[in-house]
Design a protein. Structure first.
Length: 418
């Protein structure tokens, strides 16, 4: 096995998967001798060279790994990789090792073999190619372990890491809002939520301190999207709300105590609105986001005309409370839930406040709890749906408590880093 590769090598390894899929497609459409097929083989040869063989790919239904290291695959790339996973399964294999850079003719033969295995019966034969090695992997079952869930967590973690980097760029841009960057953050957060709201909340909440503005922006958007998903709002509404909350966080949560909602909305509008009439583009998404922010910049009367405004107000105030001024600790998600219960109908809209409460349940992922007398961290809902006995991580082991858990607030464990 080779040493642990750097990020660029992992990215080129992902390109190998994409190029192999493209080559198989060109073989299917044009045959092995077509010009497009030769160009595709050339692209695969270059990607394989940059990926620095020798290395082995472990191709599993849940994830693809290079020498045991999970590859951060985008959703579409993951779906395309399943063709290769299925081909190896027909051969009774689950590992493909490249011992050297293969010549283009051999790469075409490999792509043809993958194509044949994908569309043939169980009689598909393992191809014999110099520089390529196939191997079957033993996967012993471990009680209480779920490979699919682990792969999902890896995927969510990679998406959140990329979204966080982009959110930091949004915080730094004060003059003109980079719309495409904002949309990309929203799409990455949307993918995480589709993979699992509880898993996404868990990774945001239990990540190592501090809580910089970019991280608070992601948590703020997650609150809004989770509440809208709870009431089965359309995808357009969820995306618009998530983008508006990102903008509110970028301008309102730069300081620890956070700016009031109306001030944050006015600052955001100054950046999101076009500078001159010729800058105006016909983009319904921009119009919807600006309309939400304009409503947030008004008083409570705006709620009658735009019912989403109270949701923005509730989600923003909830995240603003995370970092109390003049103290050196932050509130946990469970602490925020407790505040929200007391604020229903007074400081936040009762209906949207309950939607925020219900979105993550009474014991949100990442909450510290006492489970059967021991301190643990909530991982997610229990398999049987019992809200009072969620799955918890106790002493490095995941378990479902025998008795209902109780909240434990470890205030002072998460100091704010200036």
């Amino acid at each position: 096995m080779s040493a642990q590769p750097d990020a660029s090598v992992l990215q080129h390894t992902i390109e190998v998967l994409e190029c192999l899929f493209a080559l198989s497609r060109h073989v299917a459409l044009h045959g092995e001798d077509h010009d497009d097929t030769r160009l595709s083989a050339q692209a695969l040869e270059r990607a394989l060279s940059l990926a620095r063989p020798p290395f082995a790919l472990q191709l599993l239904p849940e994830a693809v790994l290079r020498d045991g290291i999970p590859l951060p695959l985008e959703l579409e790339v993951y779906r395309r990789s399943q063709q290769l996973v299925g081909a190896l399964a027909r051969w009774g294999m689950s590992e493909l090792a490249f011992e050297a850079v293969l010549p283009r003719a051999a790469l075409v033969k490999l792509a043809s073999a993958v194509l044949e295995a994908t569309h043939s019966g169980r009689t598909a034969r393992v191809p014999e190619l110099a520089g390529v090695r196939f191997r079957a992997l033993k996967r012993p079952g471990l009680p209480g372990q779920n490979c699919g869930e682990a792969a999902r967590d890896v995927y969510i973690g990679q998406e959140l890491e990329r979204a966080l980097a982009l959110a930091q760029h949004l915080c730094a841009e004060r003059q003109s809002w980079p719309w495409q960057t904002g949309k990309t953050v929203v799409f990455r957060l949307e993918r995480c939520v589709l993979a699992g709201i509880a898993a996404t909340a868990r990774q945001i909440e239990i990540a190592r301190p501090p809580w910089p503005p970019a991280r608070r922006m992601l948590a703020l958007s997650l609150f809004g999207v989770a509440a809208l998903a709870r009431v089965q709002a359309s995808q357009f509404v969820q995306r618009t709300t998530a983008h508006a909350l990102l903008a509110l966080g970028a301008f309102g949560l730069l300081e620890r105590e956070g700016a009031p909602l109306r001030e944050a909305a006015r600052l955001a509008l100054g950046s999101l609105l076009p500078r001159a009439p010729e800058d105006v583009a016909v983009d319904p998404h921009r119009l919807r986001v600006c309309a939400l922010l304009a409503a947030a910049a008004q008083d409570e009367a705006a709620a009658a005309a735009l019912p989403l405004q109270p949701l923005l107000a509730a989600a923003y105030e909830l995240e603003r409370r995370r970092c109390p001024p003049q103290v050196d600790f932050n509130l946990s998600r469970a602490d925020l839930q407790a505040w929200l219960v007391g604020a229903l109908g007074r400081e936040v809209h009762a209906g949207w406040g309950r939607a925020l409460l219900d979105a993550l349940g009474p014991f949100p992922a990442g909450s510290h709890v006492l489970a059967d007398g021991r301190l643990g961290v909530v991982i997610g809902a229990a398999p049987d749906g019992d809200a009072l006995r969620p799955r918890v991580l106790v002493g490095g082991q995941m378990a479902v408590p025998a008795q209902p858990v109780t909240l434990y607030s470890p205030l002072g464990m998460t100091p704010w880093a200036k």
